[in-house]
Design a protein around this ligand. Structure first.
Ligand code: ATP
Length: 309
């Protein structure tokens, strides 16, 4: 009998920006309660997943040298976890083409993990439902469920409990990629330190921001963007203040640090405005490189792949 080797599967997973990131006090378990509104952006990673003799991860593209290819890669963890659930060995090679900056506050590792779950569910023909994949995603990391979900969503708990948010229109962004990354735990620790020594401002609830999203007007949305982690990211990387100022001076409606940083995200009025802000920022010498992106876009999804018929 002929055995059919499944074709490789290509999966695309989006980055995210937190339009609103409210951080509660440090909990006894070491985590913080978050209230966040995520938007999935077109800046993405692509994973090619193919059957192989043993589990292997390869990485190319943006920041590849800083990404581990061993069992500490989130994709490796996702493959081992899903294989265990399916009662099979994780015999796949996963090639990650990174477009999302590493340690940039845009949840690149989480995107890759979500892509691996979607791709392996298809490659191994596991037939797991979206809810079953979300349960595995939440075990891998707090941002992984959103990378599966995509679109625009309200996240609570550690960011893993999601509700879809109505968002009209496409929003246009410019992303300023910084030299070097920031460790997410270090940024949360810095926020705790700042709060122990003073009262940095805290965001309120994101109701108005969600109304602006439903309305679909970037000018209405811009003044409502906010991130409680921004003060901590700026404290650890003061040069980001110049980047934020430069983006607004270049014509962006607003700029903020994305998640735990150090990527800065600028909301623009239109696609044309984003292209012009990006060009001006690139020439201003205030960041390592510049990208344009739009959102919301879908969560991790298969781009190609044949199921043997
Ligand atoms: P967070 O999701 O905490 O906001 P981030 O977006 O700032 O994180 P990531 O790009 O996800 O940052 O990477 C954080 C760290 O995770 C990296 O320094 C890297 O060592 C490790 N890592 C593990 N797997 C991956 C992966 N597939 N892609 C990128 N980094 C990974």
């Amino acid at each position: 009998m002929l055995s059919v080797v499944p074709s490789p599967i290509t999966v695309r997973a989006p980055s995210k920006v937190n339009l609103h990131l409210g951080v509660g006090d440090l909990r006894a378990d070491g985590f913080h309660d978050l209230t966040t509104v995520f938007q999935a952006l077109s800046l993405s990673d692509d994973l090619e997943i193919a059957p192989a003799g043993s589990l292997a991860v390869r990485v190319s593209g943006e920041g590849a040298a800083e990404v581990p290819t061993d069992r500490t890669n989130l994709v490796w963890k996702a493959a081992v976890r899903l294989a265990h659930l399916a009662g099979r060995a994780p015999l796949v090679e996963i090639a990650i083409a990174k477009g999302i900056p590493v340690a940039g506050g845009m949840a690149g590792g989480s995107a890759d993990a979500a892509a691996a779950l979607v791709g392996l569910n298809e490659l191994w023909d596991l037939g797991l439902s979206r809810d079953e994949l979300v349960a595995v995603a939440a075990e891998l990391g707090s941002d992984v469920p959103f990378a599966l979900h995509g679109g625009t969503a309200l996240g609570t708990g550690r960011g893993e409990r999601l509700l879809p948010v109505l968002s009209r229109n496409t929003f246009h962004w410019v992303l300023a990629l910084a030299k070097g990354g920031l460790s997410t735990p270090a940024v949360f620790a810095e926020l705790d330190r700042l709060r122990a020594h003073g009262t940095p401002p805290r965001l309120g609830e994101p109701q108005q921001l969600m109304q602006a999203l439903a309305f679909g007007d970037p000018k209405q949305l811009a003044p409502l963007l906010g991130n409680d982690l921004q003060a901590a990211a700026l404290s650890l990387k003061p040069e980001l203040r110049r980047t934020l100022r430069a983006g607004v001076n270049a014509g962006a409606l607003a700029g903020l640090v994305s998640g735990s940083g150090p990527t800065c995200a600028f909301l623009c009025e239109s696609e044309e405005s984003a292209v012009s802000v990006a060009a001006e920022l690139a020439g201003a010498g205030v960041c390592r490189s510049v990208r344009t992106a739009n959102g919301p876009v879908p969560g991790a999804r298969v781009l190609s792949g044949e199921t043997p018929g």
